[in-house]
Unconditional design. Structure first.
Length: 318
């Protein structure tokens, strides 16, 4: 009995290792799950709605939502904007994974990619729409349906950096690494760190140095960055102030020490002329530490909104 149990435990361990480390089929790790600049992907289902419809009829709107990033979407919002003189949204349907809050708004949850779930969650959201009667002199009218999603997301930059406290070259000890800037193609979300510039600065205490990191931020998702606390307002017709947009919450850690950034309340606003910010370990590091490798982790929290649109021709019934 004990031998059977032991074999079972060993078998399970090997299976887990094979799934997480990979064997023959490539590796699946945190680093390659958190890559790229994808978040939520949206697309219309073919023929839902069709390209051509008739007046005074009911049609179905179908949109596929797929989370291609590495963060779970919780209580994401999806809305549809219509020309009210030509179409009306009757209701979002309670499809699997979808719940309604108002007539023109639905709420959804979608798992992100992770080890054990490398493809992320997917669902189809449907809504019932009615077309109105065209004016007498109008034979056809082309109307645009716009579907917008708003959701909170997170990107995490993780890498190993070289810290060299011997900035003046006076330490005779052999260096185990060389300070180099870092680059990245994304961290599994639409907003991410593209480049990290690393430098070692003098400290007021001559026996210490200050590591400094300059981060280059990009919005690679094609949507807009918004305040995650204002998602309902963003996905409605409510008036918004300028601070609602482009805001990213930042937390940066070197090893087990939190970095101090040149940001007000840890908030960075990504603007056309401001795409970088810097963080330092202001208490400094002793020069006695020489050179060593340390983990650098930067977490970016933000809201995101994006839209897709489709033109529909409404025809008069002859």
């Amino acid at each position: 009995m004990r031998l059977t149990t032991l074999c079972l435990v060993v078998g399970v361990c090997l299976l887990v290792l094979g799934c997480t480390i990979g064997g023959g089929g490539g590796q699946l790790t945190v680093s390659n799950v958190r890559k790229g600049t994808d978040g939520l992907k949206m697309e219309f289902i073919d023929e839902f709605p069709p390209k051509t419809v008739f007046e005074a009829s009911r049609i179905i709107l179908g949109v596929q939502l797929e989370n291609e990033g590495a963060t779970d979407i919780e209580s994401g919002i999806v809305t549809a904007s219509l020309e009210q003189d030509y179409m009306r949204l009757l209701q979002w349907n309670r499809d699997i994974g979808l719940r309604t809050s108002r007539v023109n708004t639905a709420v959804f949850d979608l798992d992100g990619k992770r080890i054990g779930n490398p493809v992320g969650g997917k669902l189809v959201a449907t809504a019932d729409i009615s077309t109105l009667v065209l004016e007498r002199q109008t034979e056809t009218h082309t109307s645009t349906i716009v579907v917008t999603a708003c959701y909170a997301y997170q990107s995490i930059f993780q890498d190993s950096v070289c810290i060299d406290t011997n900035i003046f070259g006076t330490d005779a000890r052999e260096k185990i690494c060389e300070v180099k800037d870092l680059s990245s193609g994304g961290q599994g979300g639409p907003v991410g760190i593209k480049k990290v510039e690393i430098s070692m600065l003098p400290h007021s205490d001559r026996e210490k140095v200050i590591p400094q990191f300059t981060f280059h931020i990009v919005n690679g998702g094609g949507g807009e960055i918004v305040d995650p606390g204002q998602l309902e307002s963003v996905c409605s017709s409510a008036a918004l102030d300028r601070d609602t947009f482009n805001k990213v919450k930042v937390n940066a850690v070197l090893g087990d020490q939190r970095l101090t950034c040149n940001l007000k309340e840890g908030e960075f606003f990504l603007l056309p002329k401001r795409k970088t910010f810097s963080c330092r370990l202001i208490e400094g590091l002793s020069k006695r530490r020489g050179s060593y490798i340390a983990p650098l982790i930067v977490t970016l929290d933000y809201g995101y909104t994006q839209s897709i649109s489709k033109k529909v021709e409404i025809r008069r019934i002859v």
